[in-house]
Ligand binder design. Structure first.
Ligand code: FES
Length: 107
């Protein structure tokens, strides 16, 4: 889990509707872009460790669907929005500093 704000990428690295896994040492973070907004969650599904970035973005619901068993999470909060996942994933706060996209603990 990220304990301080850390650079994930640069503005423009992701097109709208894209997401990817960012590896930071032993941490894996999902970075997703919807429109001009960026979201960051723990990179692994809480159900059985699927890589969330290999799943699907549902823009209308602001959620990501896991590729393994269709569990889904709210990109804003990490809350479960579809079973079989039951445990939320960590959601990070995003900051844009210059051209850098940073993620860190939510206030
Ligand atoms: S691993 Fe993600 S829903 Fe099962």
């Amino acid at each position: 889990m990220l304990t301080e704000f850390t650079k994930l990428a640069e503005v423009g690295d992701l097109a709208p509707g894209q997401m990817r896994t960012i590896r930071l040492g032993r941490e894996y973070v999902l970075l997703a872009r919807l429109g001009e907004e960026y979201f960051a969650l723990d990179g692994f599904c809480s159900h059985a460790d699927g890589f969330l970035a290999d799943g699907y973005l549902h823009e209308d619901y602001c959620e990501v669907e896991c590729p393994i068993h269709e569990g889904a999470f709210d990109l804003r909060t990490g809350a479960v929005t579809n079973p079989p996942a039951e445990v939320p994933v960590v959601a990070y706060e995003i900051r844009i500093e210059g051209s850098d996209i940073l993620a860190g603990p939510r206030a």
